[in-house]
Ligand binder design. Structure first.
Ligand code: IMP
Length: 183
């Protein structure tokens, strides 16, 4: 385990099983259709690439980047930093997110993408922190429900760090307070 972590919340094997289960459900629900997976950069990248390989129907991928976070806590203001490359009009779209926390990011994304008239629009999140919800967004596919702890790894970061950990763990409080970064 990385020295900056207090505990491992989800091991590599648990993540693999969770992603496989989500892939099976999505494959069954969208059999014979083509799915547009919209990955929310940067946190969803590891999850998205693993999930896409577990989906048995046709898939295309596009990406968006939104910003609402600085450090450990949300500012509550969501901005789109990078827009999709392709049109999603008439498409079956699944937004792929690393974690839904307050739900404000997802609420913003759902509202934004809905105006582009996709055929269907659903949410797939690896992690869900329901205790901190401020906006009740409908999540069709959720990998794991987790307690209100700040987690890193498998795409999730703190100041840009720890995304490359193959598991998900809880950061030590002293690392958060020390505001560790790459520089
Ligand atoms: P929300 O708008 O509060 O739902 O926040 C969603 C975004 O906040 C996610 O896409 C993550 O980038 C970030 N986030 C929320 N909780 C955590 C966490 O525990 N670790 C790392 N990032 C988090």
């Amino acid at each position: 385990m990385h020295n900056d972590l207090r505990e491992i919340l989800l091991s590599e094997a648990e993540l693999r099983d969770g992603v496989r289960r989500l892939g099976e459900r999505i494959s069954a629900d969208y059999a014979g259709r083509c799915i547009t997976l919209v990955g929310v950069l940067k946190g969803s990248v590891f999850f998205l690439t693993d999930l896409a390989r577990e989906i048995k129907t046709d898939v295309r991928m596009d990406f968006t980047m939104v910003s609402s976070y600085s450090g450990e806590r949300s500012t509550g203001v969501v901005r789109m930093l990078l827009d999709l490359k392709e049109s999603i009009e008439g498409s079956d779209v699944i937004i792929v997110e690393d974690i839904v926390d307050s739900g404000l990011t997802m609420e913003y994304l759902l509202q934004n993408l809905k105006t582009r008239r996709p055929r269907s629009l659903e949410v797939c999140t690896l992690l869900d922190k329901p205790s901190r919800r401020r906006s009740q967004v409908a999540i069709k596919y959720s990998g794991f429900s987790i307690p209100d702890k700040f987690v890193v790894g498998y795409g999730l970061d703190f100041n840009g760090l720890y995304r490359n950990l193959p598991y998900i763990g809880v950061l030590k409080q002293e690392v958060i307070e020390g505001n560790k970064s790459c520089r």
